[in-house]
Design a protein around this ligand. Sequence first.
Ligand code: PLP
Length: 406
Amino acid sequence: MSENETARGKWHPETLAIRTGIHRSPEKEHSEALFLTSSFVFDSAEEAAARFAGTSPGNIYARFTNPTVRALEERLAALEGAEDCVATASGMAACLTTFMGCLQAGDHIVASRSIFGSTVQLLQNILSRFGLETSFVALDDLEAWRRAVRPNTRLLYLETPSNPLTEVGDIAALAALARDQSAILVVDNCFCTPVLQQPLALGADLVIHSNTKYLDGQGRTLGGAICGRKELLSGPRNFVRTAGPSLSPFNAWVQLKGLETLALRMERHSHNALALAQWLEQRPEVARVYYPGLSSHPQQALAARQQRLPGGILSFDLRDGQAAAWALMDAVEIFSRTANLGDAKSTITHPASTTHARVSVEARVAAGIGDGLLRLSVGLEHVDDLRADLQRGLEAAAAARPEPSV
Ligand SMILES: *Cc1c(COP(=O)(O)O)cnc(C)c1O
């Protein structure tokens, strides 16, 4: 075992997030170096030939490797407890790279119905044209996963907790199902980050990230990553090198700096979200709150087993539907009206008219995404200020209630 690997085994996430993946240049800079270069030079014709032949280590071209991108890959691998990591240009590039790198025409995928909208579109409308078929099932219905599996099922795919209703998937149980099937289990760990949940330790084969969210943490850059065993990542790495959804070194550098504060941020996101969830649950305007940290959450015990903390995302249903939800959204002053999440800034979204507007009304209602549902990504502002902002919003929602007919 190398010295670095021994350190990874001993260190806590807080330390891994700050101290892994550091390769200082001869200048001995303290902060991580940004190698803003698309290509690298060779000392001789012979050296060039050796690099291309793979007999001499070193960088050739930034679509293949770049030291700043590599530093981020090493740090994310350490945090996820993975052997290796492949960085990509965005979270969706990580999804595409996983499917293209691990599957072939004729393969079948079973995916949770409650996954990111663009991932659904990618599977349903794009990869289906290239011979990859997907069955969608309810995240928390293990029997449905078992029934959906076929002899050619090669990949199971989920996010947990889900967006926006925070349903929780049983990673260990689905990993066992995947193993029985000689399929791989892929978990999009975007909502929890490795600080709160480590799917590989629960038996998953690959973890996907949208670095755009909590890993950057301040809404500056796009990025993605895939973590897992080196051998399983050889297909995805080759896809990135050849097809080109590579992460920009500048974005990798921003995300490396973001990771230094990840553990601190995730604790505060969770702390603030729990306080708001508990408070919202007591409010008469609110019909229901969805948050894995509440005792009213049907899977609180499972969430507590596989997550260190419940996380920063919560949703709630207003009794008076869309008029109330829109009135609340328009009345808040701190929460940003934007679909992004995982930012230091708190955000508020009306899923039925934005992120889930392309879903048919019947499918949306069947999925439990009603017109009165609002999703919060709870940020790092003071929780008292956030609560006061929602109080103002709830008063506006109450005033928007239609007059009872006489
Ligand atoms: C945002 C998001 C993605 C896509 O990531 P991009 O960086 O926007 O491409 C994938 N999965 C989840 C859960 C997300 O929230």
